[in-house]
Design a protein around this ligand. Structure first.
Ligand code: NAP
Length: 369
């Protein structure tokens, strides 16, 4: 039986991964070993093989006892452990949610509905390191990857609306605390005067007592047009990943320019993106819709009308589901080769946990276990 070690299973991504593995029966037929960096010897989830307690995620010998390791622990952990583990001679499969190994030559970025063939080629070549992609890039490719695969994208801009969950559990909790503070004065002194209410909420946003240890600034009632660290040329690293990871996920040669502005907004776990796509030729909207709708079972074209858009193309409609709707499809004023689109996806599912879960399945089928 395949021994599968899980590290980081109680974090944001890890707990969604566990939930999905339970729903899909992925624990049957594997020996699951649970690791911890903070509670070695503590009680492990019920799926732990033989009811064993939590193992030490820093112990290379214990890690090396696994055929497959799935880490949702974070980049620092991967940086500390991955190199020494490989140097110790471990030849198992490493599946990781962190960005640390994504751009390495001997690693494949996994998003199998979009790049299943790249993953199969990797397995055939003996590659043993598989990393989940950046959530925004994965969700964009789930939505419109078919256009890249058809060679129809000359360049693309992505303007994103990214949820708090992309920055981890603590940030989601802070957003909700900020929401609570924002409405508190209005709750205490109700008013029908919008300007008065506006003054009250602005005062809260600018008050030093608003909880903002995590974001550093108010996110509630605001938007933050900066995610991650700066890069040369004025981009943020989140924006840099758009083109770098798209190129690697799809194996594009030459690369297709992808760029835009990444913005944090006050939603909980769904990222949205407004896309402007310069097509390589004029293609009818009907053909484009057919191509996108047929790409995989999760991508769905939403008709470009008010009712469908407001009911089906929002974080509220999509949260907690594997659906990746694409809508607002129309040709832009710039000309018939310019396509506008809007897409939404749950960044904890397709943006993080789901590609890892499915990679374990793919691996089991490859190994016949
Ligand atoms: P996270 O929620 O901060 O969890 C990471 C680890 O922190 C946990 O496994 C846990 O390790 C420890 N931890 C400490 N206090 C905790 C608490 N109160 N509750 C839960 N865990 C706690 O990180 P994450 O958002 O899941 O991200 C993990 C990795 O995935 C990162 O590299 C991230 O960049 C990447 N990623 C995240 C997303 C996303 O949507 N968040 C998307 C794609 C990729 P121990 O149990 O060992 O203490």
């Amino acid at each position: 039986m395949l021994r599968v070690g899980l590290i980081g299973w109680r974090g944001m991504v890890g707990s969604v991964l566990l939930e999905r593995m339970r729903e899909e029966g992925d624990f049957s037929g594997i020996e699951a070993i649970f690791f911890s960096t903070s509670n070695v010897g503590g009680a492990a989830p019920q799926e732990s093989a033989g009811g064993a307690a939590l193992q030490n995620a820093g112990d290379l010998k214990q890690l090396a006892g696994c055929d497959v390791l799935i880490s949702c622990q974070g980049g620092e952990y991967t940086t500390e452990v991955y190199g020494p583990l490989r140097q110790s001679g471990w030849r198992g499969y490493w599946i990781d949610a962190a960005s640390t190994l994504r751009m390495k030559d001997d690693a494949v970025i996994i998003l199998d509905p979009v790049n299943g063939s790249v993953i199969q080629q990797g397995l055939a070549k003996g590659i043993r390191t598989y990393a989940g992609g950046n959530c925004t890039v994965s969700l964009m490719l789930m939505g419109v990857g078919a256009l890249f695969q058809a060679g129809l994208v000359e360049w693309m801009t992505t303007m994103t609306y990214q949820a708090a969950s992309g920055a981890g559990a603590a940030k989601m909790l802070e957003l909700v605390s900020q929401m609570d503070c924002l409405v508190d004065p209005v709750r205490k002194t109700p008013s029908e005067n919008a300007l008065e209410v506006d003054r009250m909420t602005m005062q809260v946003q600018r008050s030093p007592s608003l909880p903002k240890q995590e974001f550093g600034v108010p996110l509630v009632g605001s938007v933050l047009p900066w995610i991650d660290r700066g890069m040369p040329g004025g981009q943020t690293r989140e924006e840099w990943k758009g083109m770098a990871e798209t190129t690697k996920i799809l194996g594009l040669d030459p690369p297709v320019p992808v760029d835009g502005i990444c913005v944090r907004v006050g939603t909980m776990r769904c990222h949205s993106q407004a896309l402007c796509i310069k097509l390589t030729k004029d293609v009818s909207l009907r053909d484009i819709e057919q191509m996108l709708d047929g790409a995989n079972q999760w991508t769905r074209v939403i008709p470009n009308d008010k009712q469908s858009t407001l009911h089906c193309l929002t974080p509220t409609a999509v949260s907690g589901t594997l659906n990746v709707p694409v809508g607002r499809l129309h040709k832009l004023n710039m000309g018939p080769e310019f396509l506008g689109a809007f897409t939404v996806g749950d960044q904890l599912l397709w943006g993080a946990a789901e590609p890892l879960r499915r990679m374990l399945r793919i691996l089991r089928s490859h190994l016949g276990k």
